[in-house]
Design a binder for this molecule. Structure first.
Ligand code: PMP
Length: 394
């Protein structure tokens, strides 16, 4: 059977992690893989998560099946967190799914069931897993302009001009906040214009919300999602609890659909549940029960928000310190964009030779497209990192 197969390409980020681990230099710096790390370089379990787990361990009565849509209390809590009252809940349905990736997967399958071979428009560039998830679901992928390699901001006029030309058979994948890989995000007035464009053209917004709370705050980061869904008749959202709750390996996310009315929501949701049933039957509970426990309890929720605020504050501080160090050393504003970007990443816009040089000469590891994870910037060695970057671009 399997002799027909040839080797699939390996994952570049995992390969880079392997190279980093094998590098003996004690001064090496890991700006590669996309997980939050604290000042010790550790992706720790959040304290609110640990407390929720203790409660679950003491109170859990059964391990029986949850049902196709997963943990109901979790679903309601995620809707409150992400959407609040931006849309009439009778038009909304939510199914817990395995991570943001699993949520993207089942929603792409849903689009393909509704209209096989639909085109999904993704930002140029986007998270590299968007393309295979869409294509493996039977969809086509095209790109809209996004990152301006000159300013390292968003090419907004070009983006909007492309979106304005789409029609009701198109799907537009938007990063709700904290764009991966670029770190360049839409301002609120730009979200307003995107929402108006989608309302006018009838293209279906599909929002990937993987970093809620990692940009400017829980409320601030939800602006775009809420604006878009309150402006259009139909929308899809893939939520992830991997980053903001630090639950990466628990695989907790949610597939959310907004339909034109309650009757359509029931029909569309029945297809979503049917897709899930035929894929993995139902999601695992643990991560969702942790999030439910935290969000429903005032004390745990406050503790979680404090921890999340600290992570976000640390990333913003590191951004400011690195861009400031480069400005002082080079007397140029060329890297000020690092402080303007938000979320865990910045795309530096360096050629691959420079990325390779930084790795070989200085042990500074970043993704080949020059994406850095700002949480990996060593606060006590920012000067060294700035020197290495300036030497590499000379
Ligand atoms: N979307 C984006 C843009 C991401 O960066 C990620 C994680 N790297 C995900 C979705 C999915 O995350 P997970 O499946 O781990 O929840």
């Amino acid at each position: 059977m399997f002799e027909t197969l040839t080797k699939a390409p390996g994952d570049k980020i995992l390969a880079l992690m392997g190279e980093y681990a094998a590098d003996p230099r004690p001064t090496k710096i890991d700006l590669g893989v996309g997980v939050y790390k604290d000042e010790k370089g550790v992706t720790a379990v959040m304290s609110a998560v640990r407390k929720a787990e203790q409660r679950i361990l003491e109170n859990e009565k059964t391990k029986t099946y949850l049902g196709i849509a997963g943990n109901k209390g979790y679903g309601a809590a995620v809707l409150d967190l992400a959407l609040a009252d931006s849309v009439d809940r009778s038009r909304v349905r939510i199914a817990q799914a395995p991570g943001g990736t699993g949520s993207l997967w089942v929603l792409m399958q849903l689009v393909n069931r509704a209209k096989p071979g639909t085109t999904v428009w993704v930002s140029d560039p986007t998270w590299p897993n968007h393309n295979p998830i869409a294509e493996n679901s039977g969809l086509k992928v095209k790109t809209y302009p996004y990152f301006d390699t000159e300013t390292r901001g968003v090419k907004f006029a070009d983006m909007l001009a492309t979106l304005d030309k789409l029609g009701k058979d198109d799907v537009v994948l938007l990063h709700g906040c904290c764009h991966n890989p670029t770190g360049a995000n839409l301002a609120n007035d730009q979200w307003d214009q995107v929402a108006a464009s989608l309302a006018k053209t009838g293209a279906l917004p599909f929002i990937d919300l993987a970093y809620l709370g990692f940009g400017d705050g829980l409320l601030e980061d939800a602006y775009g999602t809420r604006k878009v869904i309150s402006s259009v008749p139909e929308a899809l959202i893939a939520f992830s609890g991997s980053k903001n709750f630090g639950l990466y390996r628990e695989r907790v996310g949610a597939a959310i659909l907004v339909a034109r009315d309650a009757a359509q929501a029931d029909v569309t949701n029945s297809q979503l549940l049917n897709i899930i049933r035929g894929a993995y039957s139902q999601p695992p509970d643990h991560g969702a029960e942790i999030i439910r426990t935290i969000l429903e309890d005032a004390e745990l929720r406050a503790e979680w928000e404090t921890e999340l605020n600290a992570m976000r504050g640390r990333m913003i501080r590191l951004r400011e310190k690195l861009s400031e160090a480069i400005r002082q050393k080079s007397n140029s504003e060329d890297f000020d964009f690092i402080a303007d970007h938000r979320g865990m990443f910045s795309l530096l816009g360096l050629p691959n030779e420079t990325v390779e040089h930084l790795k070989a000469a200085n042990g500074v590891y970043m993704i080949g497209d020059s994406r850095i994870n700002v949480a990996g910037i060593p606060e006590d060695r920012i000067g060294d990192l700035a020197d290495a970057m300036l030497a590499a671009i000379k």
